[in-house]
Ligand binder design. Structure first.
Ligand SMILES: N[C@@H](CCC[C@H](N)C(=O)O)C(=O)O
Length: 290
């Protein structure tokens, strides 16, 4: 029987990014890709990301967090999901700071500058082509050669690429709503240049302090918000010297404040996290899961 059968969950969202949080810290069991897909089924609790808290592996951390996309694949980072996890923990324990471990490393998190805000230290971005990863060498990842549409009149072209613990490509445009991201997203996510696929963002730099964006998420599709994409976009814009290191990001689901800290290169993401409801998983969801 699946460890998730009858197990408690919390349905939350991070500015519209649909998140389910499951606390398995008292269990030895993990979650398989099949179980993650079963949770995401229409009869389950549909989500963009499933945040699974497992027992801590390192002293001083609250949990080892596994992050699943709704196609069952795993991600190293999920900024919006982390704010949801942090809100839930802080409300239960009264803590105002915590450290978690994810596949991408340690994440420090704390109460933001207002009671409804949470800050996640998303770590340092990586720009090397092998780190993102890309399938071939690009010395300068501020812009790479990649385009959609006719060679002499591309519709989208020359994205910046960044790893925030997960792969991101950012296409710079004048109007983020002028493109059919549902059509181009899957093509670009699965382009052979990205051996581990990629999150695809359209971004418009409004001014040096403000960027608007939309993201097609690897393994989850079109979302109302992607926190790691907001970090990657802010960093890529600053790297191109087109924006300041502290910027406000407007996503379809709301706003995030991003600071790319000079002193240690870390990216801090601040925003809200909303609780929707809690419940227990119907065991029938996992009946056909091995
Ligand atoms: N929504 C997340 C990112 C989710 C992970 C992504 N789909 C991936 O597989 O890399 C966020 O808020 O960062």
């Amino acid at each position: 029987m699946s460890a998730l059968a009858n197990h408690a969950f919390a349905k939350m969202n991070g500015i519209g990014n649909e998140i389910v949080v499951v606390d398995l810290r008292d269990s030895k069991a993990g979650v398989t890709a099949e179980e993650a897909r079963a949770v995401a089924s229409p009869a389950g609790v549909p989500y963009d990301q499933l945040m699974v808290l497992q027992p801590p592996r390192l002293q001083g951390t609250e949990a080892f967090i596994k992050i699943y996309n709704n196609d069952g694949s795993e991600s190293g980072a999920c900024g919006n999901g982390m704010r949801c996890v942090v809100r839930r923990l802080f409300e239960k324990t009264g803590q105002s700071a915590a450290t978690f471990e994810t596949r991408a490393g340690l994440l420090n998190c704390w109460q933001g500058p207002a009671p409804d805000l949470y800050t996640i230290d998303m770590g340092a971005p990586k720009f090397g082509w092998q780190d993102i990863p890309l399938a071939e060498e690009f010395r300068d990842t501020r812009y790479i050669e990649l385009q959609v549409g006719p060679i002499d009149a591309p519709i989208l072209h020359s994205p910046s690429v960044v790893s925030m613990g997960n792969p991101h490509a950012i296409f710079w445009v004048d109007d983020v709503n002028a493109y059919d991201l549902e059509r181009f997203g899957p093509l670009l996510e699965n382009h052979p240049i990205f051996p581990e696929r990629a999150n695809i963002t359209l971004a418009h730099i409004v001014d040096r302090d403000h960027i608007t964006m939309r993201t097609w998420e690897r393994g989850a599709g079109l979302t109302r918000a992607c926190g790691s994409a907001a970090c990657a976009t802010a960093v890529a814009a600053a790297r191109l010297k087109r924006a300041n290191r502290t910027v406000e990001m407007t996503l379809p689901g709301g706003k995030l404040s991003i600071e790319w800290r000079e002193r240690d290169d870390h990216v801090l993401m601040t925003g809200t996290a909303d609780f929707e409801y809690e419940g227990r998983f119907d065991p029938a969801l996992f009946a056909s899961v091995a």
